[in-house]
Structures are given as structure tokens and as C-alpha cells.
Design a protein. Structure first.
Length: 120
């Protein structure tokens, strides 16, 4: 949510963040991107205006890309992140297999294309 009324929001501290503080900030950024996706999709679902729906869904998808960028950066900076995420995914896969739902979920890609991959 906007914090424009908070005069201290966005103020750079008098020192650089520690790696631990940076990770917490990145997790907050990731949460903000997910919140934005939720908000834009709920607005799209709440209107019959097709142009507005298309624009809102497009913006929501861009936020999902941003979320992926933050998640990847977190995985690089927090060395145990990918292992913990994989553990969580495996737990869900196990439960899905018990319910016969595993075929519905695609396997995660081995590599995720980024702007850096697309440069020639």
C-alpha cells in the first residue's frame, strides 16, 4: 500500500544495508509484487470493460516477472533458498500425487529466460 503520508518512507539510511537487511528488504519487495498482482487481478475480475481488463492483466503479468526477478536475486544471495524452495515444492508434489493431481502441474523449467539470456 502507498506510504506517501509517511515522511520517512523511502528515506535512505545514513549507512548501507547489511546483507541480512538487504535480504529482508528483497523479501518485502517480493511480497509487494505479489500484492500488486493480487490487486490488479482483482480489479480486472471486477470490471466488464475489456480494455481495462486487458491492461490490468498485462500489468499483473509484468509484476509476476518482477516477482521472479526478486526471487532469483534472493536465491543468489541466500545460499539455502533454492534447497528450501525445492523442499517445499517436493512436499506439495507428494500431496498432489496422493490426490492424483500431479499431472496438472507442469514441471518447473530448468532455466528461466531473462533479459540477459535474450541479448544477442
Amino acid at each position: 500500500m502507498p506510504e506517501f503520508v509517511n515522511p520517512f518512507s523511502g528515506v535512505v539510511p545514513g549507512r548501507k544495508m547489511t546483507d541480512s537487511e538487504l535480504l529482508r528488504a528483497l523479501r518485502l519487495n517480493l511480497a509487494a509484487e505479489q500484492e500488486a498482482v493480487h490487486e490488479y487481478m482483482s480489479h480486472a475480475d471486477a470490471t466488464d470493460n475489456e480494455l481495462a481488463r486487458k491492461v490490468l492483466i498485462d500489468i499483473a503479468n509484468e509484476e509476476r516477472v518482477h516477482a521472479g526477478e526478486f526471487q532469483r536475486l534472493i536465491c543468489i544471495l541466500a545460499k539455502d533458498e533454492e534447497a528450501l524452495l525445492a523442499q517445499g515444492a517436493a512436499e506439495v508434489d507428494e500431496l498432489a500425487n496422493e490426490q492424483g493431481a500431479a499431472a496438472e502441474a507442469p514441471a518447473p523449467p530448468k532455466t528461466i529466460p531473462t533479459i540477459g539470456n535474450l541479448k544477442t
